[in-house]
Design a protein around this ligand. Structure first.
Ligand SMILES: [Zn+2]
Ligand SMILES: [Zn+2]
Length: 230
């Protein structure tokens, strides 16, 4: 069953829930600091370059350890806060290029929150993402430029795009979806978007057809079938 696209309003609501969740966690780990409203960006980001695109809100807030609280204590509080909130927990130690950091990750219902602690510097960073959701309906095929009835005299519908005018491989979107469901630059039009044969006209001039192109049009082979028969 195709996924029903989420509206901007619903996705924004998920962003608000994320901010509230991070604030609840932070209130237990670093109660002296307040996660500002501005930690939640105005717009969502693309989470997955699939068709349709999937979006999510990503939040980041950098603060420091409360005075008198050790990194170990903050990490212990983070684990505790996630357990209390019913999150699944993952904890790992990562050796960064500058300093070692400890990351406690909590996930619940598609939301994911990191509490990242740098014991050497006392920095604490909260990172959170909402579930990734499709925001718009999958693309529809655009209307063709040309149709059999609208072809100009002395022309035929383009054999490559059937009068669509847009690149037949990507339907004029400049990208295609690969086997993994990810967007790739269109190999057919190289992001020019137009049909490479008719260059967007949707029709071709009969007099300029090369013999192999002419072979696509059986009606051109028999002069008796020409439209201007008299
Ligand atoms: Zn294309
Ligand atoms: Zn064409």
């Amino acid at each position: 069953m195709p996924e029903v696209p989420t509206t901007d309003v619903e996705l924004r609501r998920l962003g608000r829930i994320l901010l509230a969740q991070v604030r609840i966690i932070a209130a237990q780990v670093t109660p002296a600091a307040v996660i500002p409203e501005s930690a939640l960006p105005d717009a969502p980001e693309v989470a997955e370059w699939t068709e349709p695109l999937r979006y999510r809100y990503a939040l980041r807030a950098q603060i420091g350890l409360d005075a008198g609280v050790s990194a170990d204590e903050a990490i212990r509080r983070a684990v505790e806060a996630f357990i209390t909130g019913g999150f699944d927990i993952l904890q790992e130690r990562r050796a960064g290029t500058v300093a070692v950091r400890v990351v406690v990750t909590g996930s619940r219902a598609g939301f994911r929150i990191d509490v990242r602690v740098w014991p050497a510097t006392g920095d604490v960073v909260y990172v959170g993402v909402t579930p990734a959701v499709a925001l718009r309906a999958p693309r529809a095929r655009p209307d063709p430029f040309g149709a059999a009835e609208t072809v100009e005299p002395g022309h035929v519908l383009c054999y490559e795009c059937d009068g669509l005018g847009w690149c037949p491989a990507c339907s004029g979107f400049s990208w295609v979806v690969d086997d993994a469901g990810l967007r790739q630059s269109c190999p057919e039009c190289r992001e020019q978007r137009f049909c490479p044969i008719c260059r967007g006209a949707g029709q071709l001039q009969i007099a300029r057809l090369r013999p192999p192109e002419r072979a696509f049009y059986p009606e051109l082979a028999d002069p008796l079938k020409r439209e201007d028969e008299s």
